[in-house]
Write a protein that binds this ligand. Structure first.
Ligand SMILES: [Zn+2]
Length: 117
């Protein structure tokens, strides 16, 4: 039951949820969750469960799957460290380019931000 409600077992026990519930009972609880359940669900949704992101090199197509970090910029391109900056597509007119290191293990993030030279 706790699994279906997406809450810890311990929480189900604390709130005296029956181990077995009928579909109707479950639907009722699901549609009208008590405050503690609604809160728990909101926390889970906003929670820190890691989301994986696949970075793809714009030059050679190499990928790396990483957990995104909060400090990452909105990057325009990803490129491996090993490529020359000349291999990366030109920045769009009216943007200025900066490079951010440390995104993933092998990538440089290329950020083209409005506000050019
Ligand atoms: Zn590459």
């Amino acid at each position: 039951m706790a699994l279906r409600l997406d809450i810890p077992l311990e929480m189900a026990r604390r709130h005296n949820l029956p181990k077995e519930m009928s579909e109707a009972e479950f639907a009722e609880l699901d549609a009208n969750p008590p405050a503690w359940l609604a809160q728990s669900r909101a926390n889970r949704r906003a929670g820190t469960r890691p989301v994986w992101q696949t970075l793809t090199c714009v030059v050679c197509g190499e990928t790396e799957t990483v957990r995104p970090k909060k400090w990452w910029p909105d990057f325009t391109y990803m490129a491996c460290y090993s490529h020359s900056p000349n291999d990366v597509p030109e920045p769009a007119p009216g943007t200025s380019r900066s490079e951010v290191y440390g995104v993933g293990a092998r990538f440089i993030a290329i950020v083209d931000a409005p506000g050019g030279k």
